[in-house]
Design a protein around this ligand. Structure first.
Ligand code: ADP
Ligand code: MG
Length: 383
């Protein structure tokens, strides 16, 4: 991220906290990751599932989508389509995510300590979170919901950097907030630093949030990088690499100049991505061309990466939304696979897939997910 943090303030700020925590020495010994790797089925060239991105912070909809297959199964059965209904996979990410959180809580090792969901000021996705929360209550693990502001006002560390918020010891901090710059004022940055310095299990810790940037995704695709990370696993490397779309660095230099010129000449082949999460930040087509023209000779260019545009085969479908007419549209889908891991020191304790998420949207929307009001929750139908 060395080039990115010279020009991208938000990434730089996170990186400074990461460095500060490393210098002090990590108090955290248990690590919990809840990831969602997203794919589209690319039909240009060799057909394959290609990765859009991996989400390492606040990967959402695992809760609500634990119900989607039930809705579709019921509808099919009511229509007498029992054969079709049997093609729907069971799917319960909420349970899988909670299992990871519960494992991390257990390894933290204090019965009295709580799991803290770090949530938004305006709680737009609370019911998705509640599905995971309820799985924890069912395991007799106590959950509190707090905002950065609450942590700033009520949070403290004791001498061994155990985290207390409002008098309660916190074992696990599960971030469902904190991935967009607008959230952070000075006090919220201080709260974030306090959390990162603590012994509590952060999901994710700040290093893992940084590893989820588009820049790191692009660097991982460079020839030789997977080989360095997974020595002695050529087959695994080949399978992983087969999911990569073309990813290109816009760092200053010849390589960046060349790909910038190619994208300006043929913008519809690419997506221009800044280091942001949450949908609606990427640039396509004419807008991509205009922005790249403007920044192609400035260091600002390096805050973006370029990616080949993935072209899925559209299918006809109905997008059911409150207050909008039901009409058939040409749609494309994006498949997310949830993964959960827990590590204690150098020992990997748990590492497994936790279910899937299918989001479907009309083809006229280049960007944006469910929260952005563009896509809807869907269910894969196996053929
Ligand atoms: P965010 O972090 O904002 O979710 P994504 O990389 O997931 O960023 O991009 C947002 C959306 O843009 C995706 O859900 C997908 O619909 C679309 N998109 C992203 N990358 C590509 C690509 N390479 N080809 C086609 N569509 C893409
Ligand atoms: Mg995304």
């Amino acid at each position: 991220l060395s080039s990115t943090i010279k020009v991208d303030d938000f990434t730089a700020r996170l990186f400074r906290i990461y460095m500060q925590v490393l210098e002090e020495g990590l108090a955290q010994t248990v690590f919990l990751g809840i990831n969602r790797s997203d794919y589209m089925f690319d039909c240009g060239g060799t057909a394959a599932l290609r990765q859009i991105e991996i989400n390492t912070i606040a990967a959402s909809f695992g809760g609500l989508t634990s119900r989607t297959a039930d809705v579709h199964r019921l509808v099919l059965n009511v229509l007498g389509k029992t054969e079709e209904a049997s093609h729907l996979l069971p799917n319960n990410p909420a349970k899988g995510l909670a299992l990871g959180i519960a494992k991390a809580w257990e390894l933290y090792g204090s019965q009295r300590a709580v799991v803290m969901f770090l949530v938004e000021d305006v709680q737009r996705n609370i019911f998705d979170q509640r599905c995971v929360e309820n799985e924890l209550w069912n395991r007799n693990i106590r959950v509190v919901r707090k905002r950065f502001r609450d942590v700033f006002e009520q949070g403290s560390l004791d001498a061994s950097r155990r985290l207390f918020v409002d008098g309660q010891e916190v074992a696990v901090v599960y971030y469902r907030e904190g991935y967009v710059p607008q959230v952070y004022d000075q006090q919220n940055w201080e709260a974030r630093l306090l959390l990162e310095r603590s012994r509590a299990v952060k999901c994710p810790d700040i290093a893992t949030q940084l590893a989820g940037t588009k820049k790191v995704q692009q660097e991982l695709s460079r020839p030789g990088t997977l080989e360095k990370l997974l020595p002695g696993h050529p087959e695994a490397i080949a399978r992983i690499r087969a999911t990569f779309a073309g990813l290109y660095s816009l760092d200053e230099g010849e390589e960046g100049d060349r790909i910038a010129a190619t994208a300006i000449a043929d913008p519809d082949r690419f997506v221009l991505k800044p280091q942001r999460e949450g949908g609606g930040n990427n640039l396509y087509g004419e807008e991509l061309r205009e922005v790249l023209e403007k920044i192609k000779d400035s260091p600002e260019r390096t805050s973006y990466i370029l990616m080949d545009k993935i072209k899925p085969q559209p299918a006809l479908n109905y997008l059911l939304r409150a207050h909008s007419p039901l009409q058939v549209s040409k749609c494309i889908s994006e498949l997310g696979i949830f993964g959960v891991y827990v590590r204690q020191g150098q020992e990997l304790v748990l590492n497994q897939a936790a279910g899937h998420l299918l989001r479907t949207k009309a083809i006229e929307h280049a960007d944006g997910g469910v929260a952005a009001g563009v896509a809807v929750l869907d269910t894969p139908y196996l053929v």
